[in-house]
Write a protein that binds this ligand. Structure first.
Ligand code: GCU
Length: 453
């Protein structure tokens, strides 16, 4: 098995596990043990004795390999997008906004991502330091932002959200659009040479450079500064702070929602600045960060555009499509912390058929705001993310965009790799590279010009 672990990220590619020192593996073991204990505790709180059904393996050679064969997908029935629980058909924006959208938000909050707690402490932002840099020949001011969370209710935990804001200095006094990237900060701020991001692409210039050429800013949000990426961390971070170090209750938020909350706090701060145009804010992320970006956009309507990379199951991919990663994987001890505890029910005492929502509805929550769904090549990225499942979800979400007089992907046929479906507000492109948004940035930028010029 090949894995890469970086600040809590686990990828099924690249570096053999044996590469890591014993210390790293001891730390990982202890995190795994504590995550498992929290996982069991949540099941106990839910009153579930039954073992979770195991998810399929991502390794095609394993006997329990996930399905990667289009012919074996089988039929599935999605929960309705345009009928309310009481059977009313939605055929206007007003009914969508007043009836169905709130119903879906309630279901996503209670059964999947969790709800924001009532009293979340305030965050105060400062520019901790700044430096001038040059990227692709463009002078840029980079600011290290620090959002300190008020911990007076539980001083044992202190929490500061970190972000790196880059502002091209070519735009004079005009307020610039900003792309918020869910990710991590590579180097301690202030180093002159910042290594290229893990998510950068060998196929196109880095995203900072491409954005700077447009006169657009970037803000890399260090999600691990908001909430750790494992179950062992649920009694710390913002989730732990609000719970005063105690375990979560089943309806409470998981890491994806907490990361999204962090982005919303960053936006609150951006709204206090005159050099940033908060009417033109996008979110971007790959993989688990793509899931987080989509969740953030679904819930925070100030986010006007999305670039959702290889988000797969738990993100833009239809859970009911039997292909690649499945709900049982998401509800496993390695990933359950992304979700509310209630989500665990669907991999034990209940099944996918009982699950009230699916990815097309999450995408539809973003309407009328444009969303670009990105995937990599199956040959390089593998098929765990189920690119077709993400495309199908966009197709299924289109009717809500149509209520607003807008357009979905424009076809129901899964496009040939490399095709840019960018004629509507639900764009899709499977690029020729790996597990990254990298090779799609220029396509995303071209499409975004339709909205940001
Ligand atoms: C695992 C996980 C995915 C996730 C990915 C990542 O593969 O199963 O759901 O998107 O890690 O974030 O890299």
């Amino acid at each position: 098995m090949f894995r890469r672990i970086q600040r809590g990220l686990i990828f099924t590619v690249f570096v053999p596990l044996s590469f890591y020192s014993q210390n790293t593996s001891a730390l990982r073991d202890s995190i795994n043990r504590s995550s498992y204990a929290d996982f069991l505790q949540m099941k106990k709180t839910l009153g579930i004795d039954q073992e979770n059904r195991p998810g399929p393996s991502g390794n095609p050679n394993d006997p329990n390999a996930a399905n990667f064969d289009e012919n074996q997908v089988g039929a599935y029935r999605l929960p309705s997008l345009l009928t309310t629980q009481s059977g009313k058909t939605i055929n206007s924006v007003a009914d969508w906004e007043n009836l169905k959208r709130p119903e879906l938000i309630a279901a996503f909050e209670s059964e999947m991502y969790g709800a924001l707690p009532d009293a979340i402490p305030a965050v105060s932002w400062i520019v901790k330091s700044e430096k001038d840099t040059v990227i692709g020949g463009i002078p840029i001011l980079e600011q290290h932002l620090l959002g300190t969370v008020d911990n007076s209710s539980y001083p044992k935990l202190s929490l500061s959200i970190e972000a790196l804001l880059g502002i091209p200095k070519t735009m004079g006094d005009s307020a610039i659009p900003v792309v918020i990237q869910f990710g991590f900060l590579n180097a301690p701020f202030g180093k002159t040479e910042e290594p290229r991001s893990y998510f950068s692409s060998p196929y196109e210039p880095g995203f900072k450079q491409q954005l700077a050429y447009q006169g657009w800013g970037y803000a890399i949000l260090d999600v691990s500064s908001i909430q750790a990426d494992h179950g062992a961390g649920l009694n710390t971070g913002i989730i732990g702070l609000v719970n005063q170090g105690k375990s979560r209750s089943p309806e409470q938020w998981g890491a994806l929602r907490a990361w999204g909350w962090g982005a919303s706090k960053l936006i609150d701060y951006f709204e206090t600045r005159t050099d940033l145009d908060t009417k033109r804010l996008a979110v971007e992320g790959t993989s688990r960060y793509g899931k987080a970006a989509l969740v953030a956009m679904a819930f925070d309507r100030r986010i006007s555009l999305g670039f959702i990379g290889s988000s797969g199951a738990g993100g833009a991919s239809l859970l009911r499509r039997n292909f690649g990663e499945m709900l049982e994987n998401l509800a496993s001890p390695a990933e359950y912390h992304w979700f509310a505890g209630n989500f665990l029910k669907y991999a034990s005492i209940k099944t996918l058929t009982d699950f009230p929502v699916d990815a097309h509805q999450l995408i539809a929550l973003c309407a009328p705001r444009p969303v670009f769904i990105s995937a990599g090549s199956p040959k390089i990225e593998g098929q765990w993310v189920d690119a077709k499942g993400m495309f199908e979800a966009a197709v299924e979400a289109a009717p809500v965009y149509e209520l607003y007089g807008l357009k979905g992907p424009g076809t129901t046929d899964f496009p040939v790799m490399g095709t840019a479906l960018t004629s509507g507000e639900l764009a899709f492109r499977q690029h020729g590279g790996g597990h990254s948004t990298g090779p799609n940035w220029s396509t995303w930028i071209a499409w975004t010009h339709r909205y940001w010029d």
